[in-house]
Write a protein that binds this ligand. Structure first.
Ligand code: ADP
Length: 684
């Protein structure tokens, strides 16, 4: 069982004053802490009336309080008591009455040192501590007292210009940093600055965290403190314990409550990510710059804010369709050209336009660079910009600085945001060489086409001779017949007139044949005109009439009526037809086809499209050759050139069509398609 002596032993361990008195106030028990608190030894206290031993002021009359205690059984409150050494202490007491035993138990606690303001502070600091720990920012509480003394020393030794002194004596800042000790940090600091735990940091100097380059920031903080600024904030770089750079928004403040303690609060918000992003941006800008200047194609950065203003005018005038506006105000194009100013160019642009240095191009209006033939392109670029098209490209004509024209591939690149700010990048590739090469190639092709036409005519020579001979023989026969009619005693002039008409018709036929051969053989420039496809087919077959007869080839024409016209060069188109038919006849002859036949069909597979098919009843095309037929120099004939089909394809493609080969029911089948005239006009 726990006896009283045991209980008293336990109460001696309590870190509060514990006193037991009887109902008269005489002290029965006095624990060790009471000796400490009031300065009276146990022996001196026991048996004494408590209110006389510890005299003091009472907020309430002590008899009143005693009465309350008797009524309620307990009381709590604050009293002022005088200690053995005569000091007045403020004591917070809790009394409880044990009626049965006739004793009063008192717990007492010294609250003298806690002023009301400080009690408040305690709560505030508690709150602050929670915040301090919880913040995403790194917080430091630093002991600044040594640094204060050092600065005090400086001022005492007559230094008045602290700023100048700090600048001249960086070693002072170094020792101030070394003397700044860490009192406390939050968890974020532990993470951000690579410490193992908070304990490692507490008591450390801040020296390892301040790289040399950032020390002026520390000096600036001291100056701000000296100037009694409430805080100071700047971006700076600190170092973590594991040697990383920490880019931080650094804030130091001197809260009033901390003033007396010589401590400061520092907050560091990690902005490494933001810094890294900024660096990345700067790097990509540099990359862009390098790229801009290194590009092999000419690049122009254009200020198009003037064009934006012009667009504004158009919209204000109520137009949503720029094209309609330009139709009504053709000068819009040149105004917009003048409103487009070159702000930057790269080296390649200098070469392309024949400029000696940038200054010759920068600041120029773009009208300087557009050849009249390119105005259509500029107009379309404007129209694309009006509806915020992000890119635009076209092949067009530009002017060099010396006024000569050349072909360029022109590209506009203007992402939304940039265009609205009037920044547009134009890319220019000089394609004059490419165009020249293309022209040379076309020339070569047309030379080849001419050569194959001649060889084709060579192959047809017998047929042609026969074709021409027929009317000539008829003319000769008719000539002698008319001579006989004239030689009669009464010349039959009616008969002679009729024969004469036949002679004229035959002569015309012969002349027509010669004219056709001549056009085929001549090297005229391609000349496109609207023509009726079926007529061209029928006429081409005239070339082959004799050839077909000679080889007993049955020709069938299956031509759809009322086909739309096609914009084409008649001779070229006929060359293709003759070529395909000749190939078919040759293959049928080679293979000894029993009943050779050729069928030429025309139709319109879909609106706006025309198709022609030349089908033979020959051996057809071996599967393996199908992919190669149209390649130049592909031939299976001992004397063949292998150019015929390749030329057919380039001629058809030059007419925006396509040609293909396949095996039909009996023999080979070649089909070509051409856009009908109506559609082609719409596409142009
Ligand atoms: P070439 O007539 O000089 O050989 P082409 O380009 O006109 O040149 O023809 C290439 C090859 O295509 C021919 O050698 C032949 O093998 C094949 N070819 C062309 N037309 C036909 C056809 N109607 N039937 C079968 N093979 C054909």
């Amino acid at each position: 069982m726990l006896n009283a002596a045991h209980l008293y032993d336990v109460l001696d361990q309590v870190t509060e004053s514990v006193i037991v008195r009887d109902l008269d106030g005489r002290i029965l028990f006095w624990n060790v802490f009471s000796e400490k608190l009031y300065g009276f030894a146990k022996d001196a206290a026991l048996g004494q009336p408590i209110h006389e031993l510890l005299t003091g002021r009472h907020p309430h009359s002590i008899t009143g309080v005693e009465r309350l205690l008797t009524e309620r059984g307990n009381w709590e409150g604050e009293l002022y008591r005088t200690t053995a050494s005569g000091l007045e202490k403020k004591i917070e007491v809790r009394w409880s009455l044990d009626k049965a035993r006739g004793t009063i138990l008192e717990f007492g606690r010294d609250i003298t040192s806690l002023t009301a303001q400080e009690a408040e502070m305690q709560i505030a600091s508690h709150r602050y501590r929670n915040l301090f720990q919880a913040m995403a920012a790194s917080f430091w509480e630093l002991d600044f007292s040594d640094v204060r003394r050092m600065i005090g020393g400086l001022l005492a030794s007559g230094v008045t210009d602290l700023r100048g002194y700090f600048a001249d004596h960086p070693e002072f800042i170094d020792s101030a940093i070394a003397a700044t000790k860490i009192l406390d940090v939050n968890e974020k600091t532990v993470q951000l600055f690579g410490a193992d735990s908070r304990d490692v940091l507490i008591g450390m100097s801040v020296d390892p965290f301040w790289p040399k380059a950032s020390r002026p920031v520390y000096a600036a903080s001291l100056l701000a403190a000296a100037a009694r600024l409430p805080n100071y904030s700047t971006e700076t770089q600190l170092t973590s314990l594991d040697g990383r750079e920490v880019n931080g928004l650094f804030t130091v403040c001197w809260p009033e409550s901390h003033q007396g303690r010589g401590s400061v609060l520092v907050g560091v918000i990690d902005i490494s990510d933001r810094k890294a992003a900024e660096m990345e941006l700067r790097r990509s800008e540099e990359r862009y710059r390098t790229l801009f200047h290194a590009m092999a194609s000419g690049l122009f950065q254009l200020d198009t804010s003037g064009v934006q203003a012009l667009y504004g005018e158009v919209r204000t005038a109520g137009y949503t369709d720029l094209s309609a506006y330009i139709d009504a105000h053709p000068d819009f194009i040149t105004r917009a050209m003048d409103a487009t100013i070159v702000v930057e160019v790269n080296d390649a642009a200098l070469r392309v336009y024949g400029a000696k240095d940038r200054s010759e191009l920068i600041g120029q209006k773009s009208s300087r660079f557009w050849a009249k033939a390119g105005y259509g392109t500029f107009r379309r670029a404007l129209e694309s910009g009006f509806v915020l098209g992000p890119t635009f490209e076209e092949e067009t004509r530009h002017l060099r600085l010396d006024g000569t024209e050349f072909d360029v591939h022109f590209t506009i690149n203007a992402p939304d945001g940039l265009r609205q700010r009037g920044i547009v990048v134009a890319g220019i590739v000089d394609i004059s060489e490419r165009t020249a090469a293309k022209k040379a190639l076309e020339q070569l092709q047309s030379d080849f086409a001419h050569a194959t036409r001649l060889s084709m005519l060579g192959e047809l020579a017998t047929s042609i001779a026969h074709e021409v001979n027929q009317p000539l023989a008829a003319i000769a026969a008719n000539g002698s017949a008319s001579g006989r009619w004239l030689a009669r005693p009464v010349p039959d002039l009616d008969e002679v007139r009729a024969i004469n008409e036949r002679i004229v018709a035959d002569a015309r036929r012969a002349a027509d044949i010669i004219a056709r051969v001549r056009t085929m053989a001549s090297k005229a420039e391609p000349d496109r005109a609207p023509l009726k496809l079926n007529e061209a087919i029928e006429e081409a077959m005239l070339f082959l009439r004799h050839e077909l007869q000679a080889h007993h080839v049955k020709l069938t024409l299956d031509l759809a009526p009322n086909l739309p016209e096609v914009l084409a060069d008649r001779t070229q188109l006929q060359q293709v037809l003759v070529n395909l038919a000749m190939n078919g006849m040759q293959e049928m002859k080679r293979a000894g086809t029993a009943s050779p036949s050729l069928t030429v069909t025309s139709w319109s597979p879909e609106p706006g499209l025309l198709a022609v098919q030349v089908e033979d009843s020959g051996p057809g095309i071996p599967e393996a050759h199908l992919g190669q037929l149209f390649e130049s120099f592909f031939t299976t004939k001992s004397t063949g050139l292998g150019m015929g089909l390749s030329i057919c394809r380039s001629l058809i493609e030059a007419h925006r069509g396509r040609i293909l080969a396949e095996n039909g029911k009996h023999g080979a089948r070649f089909i070509f398609e051409l856009p009908a005239l109506v559609d082609q006009a719409a596409a142009d």
